[in-house]
Design a protein. Structure first.
Length: 690
């Protein structure tokens, strides 16, 4: 949003303050509630700074609902108690279709309409913590946790830091009083980010997004909460004064959405048990793709008049129930801690677990990342651990239940803390741990059978040389029978000998050789990537191929020449030099040359264009072009497109449904462009515009 500066010079401070607040509120709403940002970051910061300046000069204009008050005030000594005018209840649970059926029958009988089909409002059961937000004449005045249901803690200062919670309702005649109830939670991406930061600092990580949200909301220092990204979804109302509610729960939710409170887009209205079960299934299929954890679906009788008739039993309503999904977290036993050796020799500790069904699959092992991580979590053999698998994230050990640890006596655990072996478990070579790096590595390079195996699997993989059918099992067999030792050996395989392998028919042997044959002459970028040089990923391989054009030029390049390539710094250059000066590698490359494994191209030094020297990261869906098209246009002007946001990123191009990259760019203060601003950059004369 741009405000007309000339016209505003004459506007009194109070009006300007109102305009700025409205513009910032609007930007927050679009970013945090609609997830469709429109205002570039730099512009947002400018508006906020201007508002701060005016408020500092005119303290009489300050108000607690100003967006400047979201950054977090000074720490509290304790939380004040807030009595809930209407108790905050819990929900009964259903774990099976039969229990849902019984619920629906109770509803029909309770309403004295045993034969009718009931209409239900259905929504996700958010896995966070319940809060009540109080709005007086449309302004946020207080917010409290659920506590024991009768009274909770006043966490207003912390709730103010949650950008998705409006400080002012979008309504010209707001009700005298509106209490909104809903759930504070942490999005998975924000949780991952928070834990990554904690890991980098060697601090304790949170077990799950729910605990992270709870820990953040109950901070006495709101400045800490302000740094944790919390989200909020409304799911109902409490005390209301001066407004007539519509007739159904669904309509109440629509009204809250109009007031610009965040409500879930997953809500729906269904009829009867069939409708409930259908929703449960559809939501279940979407569960892993949602940006936040849910642990079930909540079914509510839609008509408020019917809800009133049904009333409550004990501490739960008769008109609503939570239908639970199988858990994303389970407790199981650590039977052992293995150490796996990866392609570049990295040693990864892996917890071997008593099989447990979690997040829809049976999990038998979970990565422990590295030695520091095992130490921090202090995972030991015999421990009971919480295993978590949410979304498509690989299963991980979220934490240890120390109270269940097997003990020798009251003070001494039965098992010792984990220590990384000092020799490689696969080849016995010494293990090196590089200063400042978390990873420990086998020092034996491709002489280590585990690394050799992983290197071959990588060489053949789809994005590398793309040798169809050459997967882990086959690579293992080829290695065991000593048919191959290096990638170059693949091109010398003998049909007869391959056919004699176990479970290998003539036909599949012939197919394999055909696939290997077809991989000869792959382009240079794939070949460079296929070599599996440490720190050289797919994009770097492409950049190197494009810059040098042929393999000999790349091999001959010294560190300075290598660093001419955008995004190649001293670390990558060092990895390349180390790889190319290794005599064994030189030998294998020579053999691959003779096998015509790759085809050289032409060096295409990047021409100076409007975007030369600028690095972009792309995220989200653009309105009129695909990301690949945008990438091609940026590259045609000499710009670079990188995969992840870092301090080196010059611009983030964000479309709809932009996720963690956008968050990170905002944190780093990197300018965010939309498609039209990109087009402006591509067409204007001066690319140095900020
Ligand atoms: S309605 C009177 N709707 O579940 C019913 N609760 O077990 C009040 N929750 O404390 C709750 N998602 O924290 C409702 N869509 C949803 C919910 C939800 C999560 C939580 C809430 C409540 C607990 C009850």
């Amino acid at each position: 949003m741009t405000l007309n500066a000339a016209a505003l010079d004459a506007t009194p401070a109070a009006n300007r303050v109102e305009l700025l607040r409205a513009a910032i509120d609007e930007a927050n709403y679009r970013y945090y509630v609609l997830d469709a940002p429109t205002l570039p970051d730099a512009e947002y910061d400018r508006l906020l700074r201007e508002l701060q300046t005016i408020e500092a000069a005119h303290p009489e204009l300050l108000s607690p609902d100003s967006p400047t008050q979201r950054v977090g005030a000074g720490p509290l000594r304790n939380f004040a108690e807030v009595a809930h005018a209407i108790p905050m209840l819990s929900l009964g649970n259903a774990f099976s279709a039969a229990e849902v059926d019984a619920f629906d029958r109770r509803v029909r009988e309770g309403l004295d309409r045993p034969e009718s089909i009931i209409e239900y409002a259905v929504e996700p059961k958010f896995d966070g913590l319940a809060v009540a937000l109080h709005y007086q004449r449309g302004r946020f005045v207080r917010g409290a946790t659920r506590g024991d249901g009768l009274s909770g803690e006043d966490v207003s200062a912390n709730l103010r830091t949650i950008r998705a919670i409006p400080m002012r309702l979008a309504c010209s005649h707001p009700p005298e009083w509106l209490e909104v109830r809903g759930e504070v939670l942490m999005l998975r991406r924000d949780f991952e980010h928070l834990n990554q930061v904690a890991r980098d600092k060697g601090e304790k990580t949170f077990v799950n997004p729910r605990n992270a949200a709870a820990g953040s909301l109950r901070q006495l220092d709101p400045r800490v909460t302000a740094q944790r990204r919390l989200s909020f979804f409304a799911y109902g109302v409490g005390r209301i004064d001066g407004v007539e509610l519509p007739a159904t729960h669904a309509a109440v939710m629509d009204w809250l959405a109009e007031l610009r409170l965040p409500v879930s887009g997953e809500r729906a209205v269904v009829r009867g048990v069939d409708g409930l079960m259908g929703y449960f299934q559809v939501l279940g299929e979407r569960r892993d793709a949602l940006p936040f954890d849910i642990d079930g679906a909540v079914y509510k009788v839609n008509r408020l008049a019917d809800q009133a008739v049904l009333g409550f039993v004990a501490r739960a309503p008769r008109f609503a129930i939570a239908h639970k999904y199988p858990a994303h977290e389970e407790i199981t036993l650590v039977e052992g801690i293995d150490v796996q050796v990866g392609r570049t020799g990295t040693l990864t500790p892996v917890a071997r677990l008593k099989p447990v069904f979690v997040g829809g699959v049976t999990v038998t092992n979970a990565t422990l990342h590295n030695e520091d991580e095992v130490r921090r979590k202090d995972v030991r053999i015999g421990d009971s651990v919480i295993v978590r698998r949410a979304g498509d994230v690989i299963p991980e050990v979220a934490g240890v239940l120390l109270e269940r640890r097997p003990m020798r006596d009251s003070l001494t655990p039965l098992h010792e803390p984990f220590v990384m072996p000092s020799v490689c478990p696969e080849c016995g070579a010494p293990v090196a741990r590089i200063e400042g790096e978390a990873a420990a590595r086998c020092s034996n390079g491709l002489s280590c059978p585990a690394q050799r195996k992983q290197a071959l699997i990588h060489f053949a993989s789809r994005r590398a040389m793309d040798i169809d059918g050459l997967g882990e099992k086959l690579v293992e067999q080829l290695l065991e029978q000593s048919l191959v030792r290096t990638p170059a050996d693949l091109y010398r395989l003998d049909l007869q000998r391959v056919a004699s392998l176990e479970r290998m028919a003539d036909k599949s042997a012939a197919n394999l050789l055909t696939a290997i044959e077809a991989s000869r002459g792959r382009d240079l970028a794939r070949f460079i990537f296929a070599l599996g040089i440490r720190n050289v990923g797919e994009q770097t391989a492409k950049d190197l191929a494009r810059h040098f054009g042929n393999f000999d030029a790349l091999m001959a390049a010294d560190s300075v020449a290598l660093q001419q390539v955008a995004d190649v710094g001293p670390v990558v250059a060092e990895s390349l030099r180390t790889f190319f000066t290794e005599p064994h590698n030189q030998q294998v490359i020579e053999q691959l040359r003779q096998a015509h494994a790759w085809r050289d191209g032409e060096a295409r030094p990047v021409q100076a264009g409007r975007l030369t020297g600028k690095t972009f990261v792309l995220t989200g869906t653009l309105p009129n072009m695909t990301r690949d098209q945008a990438k091609a246009m940026i590259e045609a002007e000499g710009g670079k497109v990188a995969g992840g946001v870092s301090r080196k990123t010059d611009f983030l191009l964000a479309g709809e449904e932009a996720g963690s990259k956008l968050t990170k760019a905002r944190e780093l203060g990197i300018p965010v462009l939309d498609e039209s601003s990109l087009m402006a950059l591509l067409t204007e004369n001066d690319a140095s515009r900020e």
